[in-house]
Design a protein. Structure first.
Length: 146
């Protein structure tokens, strides 16, 4: 399996407000950058969209080290999602899961892609070069969405 390092980030100016997502993919010496945005969204939606877009960009199963500064996304996909699905996409308190459309997309990609994903949290705005670049790309997405 090809080794891929991915950094993702989401940004929102106002919450809700115009938002953007950014992705930095690194495969050996090759790099690819992606970004996009929406006019009316939330930070959590953009964090999720960044990961979805990163996984969609890969054309074959890969061994992925995925760095993200969103505990919402990391814990959601590695800890909470199994319970949500068992409970009919409801949280522990019985409330509907927020952003269910994106969670279901991400769940489907993870389940069917064949990727092996190592989900790694990184502190945002702390000088990690990959995270800083993903953040800059997410902000480009915000600017493009305005």
């Amino acid at each position: 399996m090809e080794q891929v390092v991915i950094y993702t980030d989401g940004a929102c100016k106002g919450n809700p407000g115009p938002g953007g997502w950014g992705v930095l993919l690194q495969m050996g010496e090759h790099q690819r950058e992606l970004f996009g945005g929406e006019r009316a969204t939330t930070n959590n939606r953009m964090e999720l969209q960044a990961v979805i877009e990163a996984l969609r960009a890969l054309k074959r199963p890969c061994a992925i080290t995925l760095h993200l500064d969103s505990e919402y996304v990391r814990r959601g996909i590695t800890e909470w999602i199994a319970g949500w699905k068992r409970k009919g996409w409801r949280t522990a308190s019985g409330a509907p899961v927020k952003n269910i459309d994106l969670w279901q997309q991400l769940d489907g990609l993870v389940a069917t892609s064949g990727h092996r994903i190592d989900w790694r949290w990184v502190k945002g705005h702390a000088g990690d070069p990959g995270n800083e670049r993903a953040d800059a790309l997410a902000n480009q997405g915000v600017d493009a969405a305005r």
